[in-house]
Ligand binder design. Structure first.
Ligand code: 5GP
Ligand code: ZN
Length: 114
C-alpha cells in the first residue's frame, strides 16, 4: 500500500519507536499518546480495517492479543490492567486505514462507553 502511513512505518520509511516486532506483527508507540502507555499493534500485512478481515485473518488477530499480554507482562501493567480499542470506519473514528489495536495503560480509564 503505497500511501499508507503504517505500511511506511513497517518499511522503515517513517521512523517509529518500536516495542515489539516479528515477521507478522509490529508494535510501536503512538505519536500522540492518550495515556502514559499508548502502543499501536498492527499486522504487517495491509488490512484496511476490521471490516476488511478475510478468512484466515483470525489467526493474526488472535496473535495480536497474545502479543498484547506479552507486552503487558514485560512492561509490568498486566496486574493493574489495560484497555484495548479498535476504531473501525467513519463512525468508529478510524483515521488511519491500516488495522491497528490501541493498547492503553498506566492510568485508570473512567470514561465508560459500554
Ligand atoms: P485511529 O484514530 O485511526 O484509531 O488511530 C490512529 C492513531 O495513529 C492515532 O492515535 C495517532 O496518534 C497515531 N498516529 C498517526 N500517525 C502516526 C505516526 O506517524 N506515527 C505514530 N507512531 N503514530 C501515529
Ligand atoms: Zn498499510
Amino acid at each position: 500500500m503505497e500511501d499508507c502511513i503504517f505500511c511506511k512505518i513497517i518499511k522503515g520509511e517513517i521512523p517509529s519507536d518500536k516495542v515489539y516486532e516479528d515477521d507478522e506483527i509490529l508494535a510501536f508507540k503512538d505519536i500522540n499518546p492518550a495515556a502514559p502507555i499508548h502502543i499501536l499493534l498492527i499486522p504487517k500485512k495491509h488490512i484496511s480495517s476490521l471490516a476488511d478481515l478475510k478468512d484466515g485473518d483470525e489467526k493474526i488477530i488472535g496473535k495480536i492479543y497474545t502479543i498484547i499480554n506479552k507486552i503487558a507482562k514485560e512492561q509490568g501493567f498486566i496486574e493493574n490492567g489495560y484497555r484495548v480499542i479498535v476504531n473501525c470506519g467513519k463512525d468508529g473514528g478510524q483515521e488511519v486505514m491500516h488495522l491497528h489495536f490501541h493498547l492503553l495503560a498506566g492510568r485508570q480509564f473512567g470514561e465508560k462507553i459500554i
